[in-house]
Design a protein around this ligand. Structure first.
Ligand SMILES: Nc1ncnc2c1ncn2[C@@H]1O[C@H](COP(=O)(O)OP(=O)(O)O)[C@@H](O)[C@H]1O
Ligand SMILES: [Mg+2]
Length: 267
């Protein structure tokens, strides 16, 4: 597979594969199996290379909020919490990869915090040579949101949304497909404002900034919700789509290039 083949970065939110309303780690097994099947149906290895990223949902946000490790580690109990948060992400990722392999997607788990370096919450370096090699041989690297080493504060949270933007820029991505738990971008958070209007397209280019009504998440969240997703896309100059991956068929349709959810352009 040539490095000229278009590269799709598919990020599936923790809100899709776990029960985020639960403060305890809980997987949505049926949803995960459906998504794995849809990836198999929607991905044509002859047409594009694929990297998959997933979020943490109830495996990550509650423990991080409880222990404060997103703001650094200062004592032994926070170092234990950092290790436990990491262990939970490995557990979740193992489930994701097991489903993908079972449905015939050649998934390969790549634990990002083994090489990620953060600086006050921003991702400044990640070794991508192995990732590039893996996609070249036709594998689908699977990365996830994790606690990571931070030069300034010791530890911070590297979100799946940050990884998506970073890899888009570094590897020359073609599109970022964000599967989440809402239909797309609205004029306000639809879970808080019933007058919120759905936007079929959003242009993040130019100086006008992000649409003002795009905010964080309405459940326990430490990585900035929808606002941070769009900020990361804008920083990366990424185009793509934000769509509802809890609706049957949408992951397959998004991979096939259909206009599900909100189309995102960057000027
Ligand atoms: N303007 C908006 N349009 C759509 N969703 C929004 C908006 N503002 C805030 N949100 C919130 O962002 C959430 C999605 O982000 P997040 O909870 O981080 O999901 P994920 O698990 O996919 O990362 C939605 O469930 C919604 O509550
Ligand atoms: Mg999120």
């Amino acid at each position: 597979m040539s490095s000229q083949t278009p590269l799709t970065i598919l990020k599936i939110g923790g809100s899709v594969i776990t029960d985020r309303k639960d403060e305890k780690p809980r997987i949505r097994g049926k949803g995960l199996a459906r998504i794995a099947r849809e990836i198999r149906e929607g991905w044509d290895p002859g047409k594009f290379r694929l990297i998959m990223i997933h979020g943490a949902g109830s495996f990550g946000h509650p423990i991080v909020r409880r222990t404060g490790i997103d703001l650094g580690v200062r004592n032994e109990s926070q170092r234990i919490a950092m290790g436990e948060t990491q262990r939970l992400q490995s557990e979740l990722s193992t489930h994701v990869v097991r489903h993908l392999l079972r449905f015939g997607v050649p998934a390969f788990l790549c634990q990002p915090s083994a090489s990620a370096v953060m600086e006050a919450g921003s991702l400044v370096s990640l070794n991508t040579e192995a990732l590039e090699g893996l996609v070249r041989i036709g594998a689908v690297p699977v990365l996830n949101g994790v606690p990571a080493y931070d030069r300034v504060q010791g530890c911070s949270i590297l979100s799946g949304d940050q990884i998506a933007g970073f890899l888009y820029r570094r590897l020359g991505g073609t599109r970022i497909l964000h599967g989440t738990d809402v239909k797309g971008i609205y004029t306000a958070d639809p879970s808080r404002d019933h007058r919120a209007r759905f936007l079929a397209t959003v242009d993040l280019g130019g100086s006008s900034g992000l649409p003002t009504g795009v905010t964080g998440s309405s459940v326990t969240d430490v990585t900035g919700g929808m606002r941070k997703k769009l900020e990361e896309m804008r920083t990366a100059g990424a185009r793509g789509r934000i769509f509802d991956a809890t609706t049957r068929g949408n992951v397959r349709r998004a991979l096939l290039g259909e206009a599900v959810g909100t189309g995102v352009e960057c000027g």
